[in-house]
Every structure is written in structure tokens, then in C-alpha cells.
Design a protein around this ligand. Structure first.
Ligand code: NIG
Ligand code: FE
Length: 402
């Protein structure tokens, strides 16, 4: 006997040979928060509660696998300066950019950080997100970095939160003359503290000319691995530094951005099985022109994920559905690749592939239920309100419904 049986629906399982892994006229049985049955209606059995979904499509709950959702303030004025011709790098070198958010974040309490992040998280939830990754990186000192990660942990209501420590996001102003000292603090003080208090699942580094070098990145990855943490990287966003290959050789879960990724980087990701995370809203917002090598990644068999990169500087975006469209319109993914990028492959990028990301018996019953006629519409409509319901661990957002 199942707890809940969903009927009168179509399922995009994101598995198997059919487009979107579609099962038409499907039934989904849920028991103890997990998917207990997914298949044709004819194969379903008894349940305590039956819910008719009126022909809606059910997909895995969306997974936003790259965000910087917890921060204080915003950078609307900087955006305006860029609109008038200043570049992201110029703003960063002038002490703005990431460092202006660091100043606001250091001045904010944990409660304030939670309160400011909540509406952004609510927007993701309203578009079917059931798992979100949240990075630190706007503290750049031990105390504030840990505060960001604790605040992120407090957002885990009706939502799975995967936390990533990004102490190596920028060099803090007080260490401007002591790069080595800061990297040492990241490795010997911050990573051990994060691991000890279990505040993050992985460690990320912004490897870029305006941030950290490949050598510094390698050192930070070694410290992360030594503490049993996964690694991820912001790589080849503004230039090619070989960071994606470096990360792949460390067994990275993912390499993210990748506009300037080269052949060597592509082969390294393919060989390691690391996920390539596309962040088209940052590409759009920075008015970049160089696209990530999607055709070559596809040909090499690299799994591609898609995420909002929600952050105040390069992607003030809280709409995963808009990002699905951007992945297709700007980066030439197919609608099916885009949706796989926010479900199956996003789960892989977080090391959560056994738990969520597809509609499969045994996985957490994390579902998004959509008022669309075909799953490709999820990547098609701009700004539409498509979500009918969402289940997290088997519990509906409209739990009162009959
Ligand atoms: O993913 N590239 C570095 N980090 C962010 C930007 C952060 C910021 O500008 O505040 C990104 O694009
Ligand atoms: Fe980012």
C-alpha cells in the first residue's frame, strides 16, 4: 500500500531512450517519502490517497547546482556602471565587484543573511526547485565564511541544500599584499573548520586572472581532498587557465562556466566524468560573446548541467526556467539537454545522483508538476507561471488538497 498515488499525468523520468524519458498516462506511487512506483497507470496498485493531476507533466524536482544565494545587499549601481562601459574586471580591480558584496556581507548578521536570502529561495521554489547548491565566498574571513554556510544550512526547509565552501572567491582587501598568507589560511584554517563542523559538502575555487592561480587552486584542492570534501571550480569564465583540466585530475564533481574551455579541458572532463556546468544567465548579464564549446562537450560525452549562478554581480537571476531557455537560445542545448542539466546531471554535479535527479524507484520523491502540454515547453515560455505543485521528500506544497 502506497501513501500517495499520482494519476492522470505524464512523467518525464529523464531516463531511458524515449525523449525526456517520457511515460504517457503514468502513475507515480510514493511511500515513506520515496518513489515506490513509476510506470504506466495499468501497473499501479492501492494507495491511501489518490490524486489526479489533470493531465499535467511530472518531472524530477529541479536542481539548481550552482548559486551564491546567500549574500547581503545588491550591486544594481555596478550593473549601471557596466552598462555605461566599465568592464567586470575593471570594477573588480577598482575594489568593487565581489569585494563590495563582501563589505555588505561582513556587516550582516546570520539572521539578516537568512532573511535576505529567503525571497530568492522562495522564487526558486516557485519554479519547481527541490535541491539548491549554495556557496559561501562573500566573507573571505573564517568567521564570515562560516556564518554564510550556517545561514545557508538554515534555508533547508522543504528543500535540500547542498553547501559549498568558496573561501577562494577573491583576495580579501586585508590580504592584498599577502596572497600566500590568505591561501594558507583557506587551507589550514578555513577548510579544517568547515570540515570539522560539517558545514559544506565541497570546496570551490574561482580560478581566474582576477582571482586565484592554477597553482593556488591545486593547493586548495589538495587541502579539500585531505578533509574528504568534494571539489568544484569556477573555470575558464573570462580566460583559459587550464583550471577545468586541473580540477578534473583532482576528481572534481564539476567545472563551471567554461566559456573559454579548450580541447585539453574537454578531454580531461570526459576522462574524469566531471560535469560541465553551463551558466548562461552570467554570460547574458555580462554581455559575453564567447560561448562554451557545447558541441564539442556533447561529442566528447561530457555530462552538461545548467544552473542560475544566482549572485549579485554577474547573475541576479532567480528563475531556473528562464535559464533553461537561455541554455537553448544562447548555448544551443536542446530542450531535453537543458532539462537534464537541471535534473539528472545537476544531481551528479552535487554528488547526489543516487538520491534525486530522475524519476526512479527508490529515489527521494522530489517532483515538480507542471501545467504544460509537452516538457519542451519548460524551456520555451519566458516568464510564465507553470508550476502546479511540487513534492519534496514525498510531501506536496499543497498538502491540504484532497
Ligand atoms: O559565478 N565568477 C565568480 N563568481 C561569481 C560572480 C560573483 C560576483 O561577481 O559577485 C560568478 O559569476
Ligand atoms: Fe558562480
Amino acid at each position: 500500500m502506497w501513501d500517495v498515488l499520482l494519476l492522470d499525468c505524464n512523467a518525464a523520468t529523464m531516463l531511458g531512450d524515449a525523449a525526456f524519458g517520457a511515460i504517457r498516462d503514468a502513475a507515480i506511487g510514493i511511500r515513506d517519502g520515496r518513489i515506490a512506483y513509476i510506470g504506466p497507470r495499468s501497473g499501479s496498485g492501492p494507495a491511501q490517497v489518490k490524486r489526479s493531476l489533470g493531465g499535467a507533466w511530472v518531472t524530477p524536482g529541479l536542481i539548481d547546482c550552482h548559486t551564491h544565494l546567500v549574500f547581503a545587499g545588491n550591486r544594481a549601481s555596478e550593473w549601471d556602471a557596466r552598462r555605461r562601459g566599465m568592464s567586470y574586471e575593471e570594477i573588480a580591480r577598482a575594489g568593487g565587484g565581489i569585494l563590495s558584496t563582501v563589505r555588505a556581507t561582513r556587516a550582516a548578521s546570520e539572521d539578516e543573511l537568512v532573511a535576505q536570502a529567503q525571497p530568492r529561495l522562495a522564487a526558486l521554489r516557485a519554479q519547481g526547485v527541490t535541491t539548491v547548491e549554495i556557496k559561501s565566498g562573500y566573507g573571505l574571513d573564517t568567521e564570515t565564511e562560516l556564518r554564510l554556510l550556517r545561514a545557508a544550512g538554515r534555508l533547508a526547509h522543504d528543500m535540500r541544500v547542498s553547501r559549498t565552501f568558496l573561501g577562494a572567491h577573491a583576495l580579501p582587501p586585508e590580504c592584498a599584499l599577502d596572497r600566500a598568507g590568505y591561501v594558507e589560511r583557506v587551507c589550514d584554517e578555513m577548510i579544517p573548520a568547515v570540515a570539522r563542523e560539517r558545514l559544506a559538502d565541497a570546496v570551490d575555487v574561482f580560478c581566474e586572472t582576477i582571482a586565484f592561480t592554477p597553482a593556488e587552486t591545486a593547493r586548495i584542492f589538495a587541502a579539500a581532498r585531505a578533509r574528504g570534501l568534494g571539489v568544484k571550480v569556477h573555470a575558464e569564465q573570462l580566460s583559459n587557465s587550464g583550471a577545468a583540466a586541473l580540477a578534473a585530475e583532482c576528481g572534481a564533481l564539476s567545472a563551471d562556466h567554461l566559456e573559454h574551455l579548450d580541447e585539453a579541458g574537454i578531454s580531461a572532463l570526459a576522462k574524469a566524468g566531471s560535469v560541465a556546468v553551463m551558466l548562461p544567465a552570467a554570460f547574458y548579464f555580462l554581455r559575453e560573446s564567447r560561448k562554451p564549446p557545447v558541441a564539442a562537450l556533447r561529442a566528447a560525452g561530457v555530462a552538461m548541467a545548467v544552473a542560475t549562478d544566482c549572485n549579485p554581480g554577474t547573475s541576479p537571476c532567480t528563475s531556473p526556467l528562464l535559464v533553461l531557455n537561455m541554455a537553448c537560445t544562447l548555448f544551443d542545448l536542446t530542450p531535453e539537454e537543458a532539462l537534464a542539466g537541471m535534473t539528472r546531471n545537476a544531481a551528479r554535479a552535487l554528488g547526489l545522483a543516487l538520491e534525486t535527479g530522475t524519476l526512479e524507484v527508490g529515489k527521494s520523491a522530489d517532483l515538480a508538476i507542471w501545467n504544460v502540454g509537452e516538457p519542451a515547453e519548460l524551456a520555451y515560455w519566458l516568464g510564465a507561471d507553470l508550476l502546479r505543485d511540487r513534492y519534496f521528500r514525498g510531501r506536496s506544497d499543497n498538502e491540504d488538497q484532497p
